[in-house]
Design a protein around this ligand. Structure first.
Ligand code: NAD
Ligand code: UDP
Length: 331
């Protein structure tokens, strides 16, 4: 077993964070989970409350907090377009002030700190697939900018704290990830399609469905993040973590219908503003430096995710907000 550490996970009650907390506890670490439940609920972590090595703090990462830990995973930030556009100013504050607060903590207690960055730093990419050296094509004033530019600024802060203060950082750029505990109302494409297919309702394709995404199963993603944290100090990133399998949104819809045996049809709705047309990670660097690559293919991961959505009672989840990314298209 690895040496036991005290590890802070901000956003630890969220979709990715709750899986990460579980894996860290399995490895024998003390886990402090910090979250304000903006886009998650206690349901995701309630089973961890019994664990002797688990501690929960309800806190907003935009406010300073003093904790003594050895490692920090900074995941606190709404991640789906519906949620991050709900209060755009709060989203950018969460990325920027959240980064400043965790970096200040890391500097004070000499903790190693990992930033959950995103493929959104590449914007609507004109280089395909996207290597880490690509600097991106982001609209700085568009409806996605609060998230994209917030995450870009957070990366800048991480590298400046590293250069100026010697903070031991890691930056991972996460590509679309899916799996159990995605919030049923967060409007992301995998959860939307599965929920719609299980209810025999039309699957809502935004645009003509020719835009592509690469979907990574949550277990692979968590393993990649932990490999990055454990990796050598000379390799701080940024590194792409994602599954290079690339699918059109229409292909995803057809696969979900096929796997659920649903009677659903496909309907087309307007494409949200600034929706990237293609996205696929180049994971050469992660393979080389971390020996990491995803193991779960789309059908395997979808099967597990479909089982999850069959098992939950959606009425236990808070309703979606009226501000959706989809509405930003003017519908
Ligand atoms: P999520 O919405 O399920 O989790 C985010 C968590 O952060 C939630 O529990 C939320 O309540 C919490 N949070 C939000 N604002 C906060 C604040 N101000 N203070 C404290 N907690 C706050 O999303 P996720 O998919 O688990 O994403 C986790 C991280 O990974 C995010 O930083 C996201 O940007 C990044 N990421 C995710 C994906 C993906 O496909 N899932 C892709 C790229 C990057
Ligand atoms: N999308 C869709 N139908 C939905 C939800 C999303 O066609 O019900 C599309 C969306 O326009 C985008 C892709 O699926 O092209 C992925 O959307 P998601 O919100 O999951 O994540 P993004 O990669 O855009 O941040």
């Amino acid at each position: 077993m690895a040496e036991s550490k005290r590890i802070l996970v901000t956003g630890g009650a969220g979709f990715l964070g709750s899986h990460l907390c579980e894996r860290l506890l399995e490895q024998g670490h003390d886990v402090v989970c910090l979250d304000n439940f903006f886009t998650s609920q206690k349901l995701n972590i309630v089973h961890l409350f019994q664990h002797d090595h688990f501690e929960f703090i309800r806190h907003d990462v935009t406010q300073p907090i003093w904790l003594e830990v050895d490692e920090i995973y900074n995941l606190a930030c709404p991640a789906s377009p519906v949620h991050y556009q709900y209060n755009a100013i709060k989203t950018i504050k969460t990325s920027v002030l959240g980064a400043i607060n965790v970096l200040g903590m890391a500097k004070r207690v000499r903790a190693k700190v990992l930033q959950a960055s995103t493929s959104e730093v590449y914007g609507d990419p004109d280089v395909h697939p996207q290597p880490e050296s690509y600097r991106g094509n982001v609209n700085p004033i568009g409806v996605r900018a609060c998230y994209d530019e917030g995450k870009r600024c957070a990366e800048t802060l991480f590298f400046d704290y590293h250069r100026m203060n010697g903070v031991n950082i890691r930056v991972v750029r996460i590509f679309n990830t899916y799996g159990p505990r995605m919030h049923p109302h967060d409007g992301r494409v995998v959860s939307n399609f599965i929920i719609q297919a299980l209810a025999d309702e039309p699957l809502t394709i935004y645009g003509d469905g020719s835009q592509t995404r690469s979907f990574c199963y949550v277990d692979d993603l968590v393993e990649g993040m932990m490999a990055m944290m454990a990796g050598p100090d000379r390799f701080i990133g940024p590194v792409n973590i994602g599954n290079p399998g690339e699918f059109t949104i229409r292909e995803l819809a057809e696969t979900v219908i096929d796997m659920t045996g649903s009677r659903s049809k496909l309907i087309e709705l307007p494409l949200p503003a600034d929706d990237p047309t293609q996205r696929r990670p180049d994971i050469t660097l992660a393979r080389k430096e971390l020996g990491w690559e995803p193991k779960v293919d789309l059908r395997q991961g979808l099967a597990r995710t479909i089982e999850y959505f069959k098992s939950i009672d959606i009425s236990h989840f808070r309703k979606p907000t009226s501000h959706t990314a989809h509405k930003s298209s003017g519908l």
